[in-house]
Design a protein around this ligand. Sequence first.
Ligand code: HPA
Ligand code: ZN
Length: 331
Amino acid sequence: MPLPKAELHLHIEGTLEPELAFELAARNGVTLPYATTDELRKAYDFEDLQSFLNLYYELMAVLRTEQDFADLANAYLARAAAQGVRHAEIFFDPQAHLSRGVSMGTVVEGLWRALGSWGSPRASEAERGGERNHGISTRLILCFLRDESAESALETLEAAKPYLDRITGVGLDSAEVGHPPVKFREVYEAAAALGLRRVAHAGEEGPPAYITEALDVLGVERVDHGLRCMEDPALVERLVRERIPLTLCPLSNVRLRTVDTLADHPLPAMLDAGLMCTVNSDDPAYFGGYAGDNFTAVQQTLGLPEDRLRELARNSFLASFLEDDEERRAR
Ligand code: HPA
Ligand code: ZN
């Protein structure tokens, strides 16, 4: 039995496996610039975040209909459930779809078709539970692309207004360096006023100062990645004191060369420092593993003992946006 866990850092578009990409391409009459799944897999040799993002956005061309988004999310839930995931807080990137003429409604309704509202406080009894959702409760987090303009982020939030009963929070992703959190102050203030929870990627490739800014200017409750906090002892002390959860993604860090090898990953030092770490998969189809694979990798390569693994799993539920009673049930 894999350790029950929550996944808090997962881009649904990053769960698009090559086989499904080709299936959807055929269904939608989209031609991919790769002849076979093997050829596509060969392109998964990334130098940095941007080289990954180029392929990530390119492959999204196959996602066109509600059913495509439903199929994508169902495939993720099946894989995640097999690895012990009981709860998933799922990022999606509407701007990457709106720019291709795919509407907010298509994306949200499609994802919702698969995710349903298992465990959602807003769900009716009839909507809860059941095999349909692989027993995984979910939340949706709308991410703004930080390499797009602040105006575009505001327009995206506006487009999401009819769907806010299905969206728990907002996040910030895509190319980090040169796009500091402060650029998105206004849209985060608007999101907070709408009652949305707030998270942001910070300190993946960007400097520790972006982590501080995400906390102070955007009011985030969790930091996605946050790896580079280790360069600033005063920031580490603050994150420990304020119990700010970090959603780490070890296999992603290796594939995007944020760390040289998994053996060099600072996770053990971060746990020893008292940081509230969680382990997640980021874009599992591209980075070589789902949540359980990330747990196994850090156990085997970093030699994390059982109690540390249990701490990581416990942190994942504590850092989630589940209500207390739901959190206890999910564990
Ligand atoms: N970092 C930033 N943006 C992203 C990522 C990531 O790892 N995956 C998808 N969008
Ligand atoms: Zn991410």
